[in-house]
Design a protein around this ligand. Structure first.
Ligand SMILES: [Zn+2]
Length: 103
């Protein structure tokens, strides 16, 4: 039986805006929606039916937690490193540096 799939067509665009690797966001979504995902070129394929509104909310949450700088609220951050379950977020706009719990 063919299972239904959900495809995020603009996945590569989203990770570009987030300045994260496709892998990082894919890993986050896998954990959040508890469904296996795979990359197909620039798209993300989710092996299950997931409502677009749910996906959008998860991606929004990812941006809020891991991309948007908590000091200046700009999305100009990158990952400075990971250590024992924490990610260091470094903001290129204001220079803030802080850690958040890893997903
Ligand atoms: Zn900042």
């Amino acid at each position: 039986m063919q299972g239904s799939r959900t495809i995020i067509k603009n996945f590569s665009q989203i990770v570009q805006v987030a300045r994260r690797t496709p892998d990082e966001l894919a890993k986050y979504l896998t954990k959040e929606i508890a469904v296996p995902v795979s990359m197909d070129d620039t798209k993300l394929v989710i092996n299950g039916k997931v409502a677009a509104s749910v996906l959008n909310a998860k991606i929004q949450k990812y941006f809020e937690a891991y991309v948007i700088c908590k000091e200046c609220h700009k999305p100009d951050t990158h990952v400075g490193g990971t250590d024992r379950g924490y990610i260091t977020i470094v903001c290129e706009a204001c220079g803030a540096r802080y850690t958040v719990k890893h997903y």
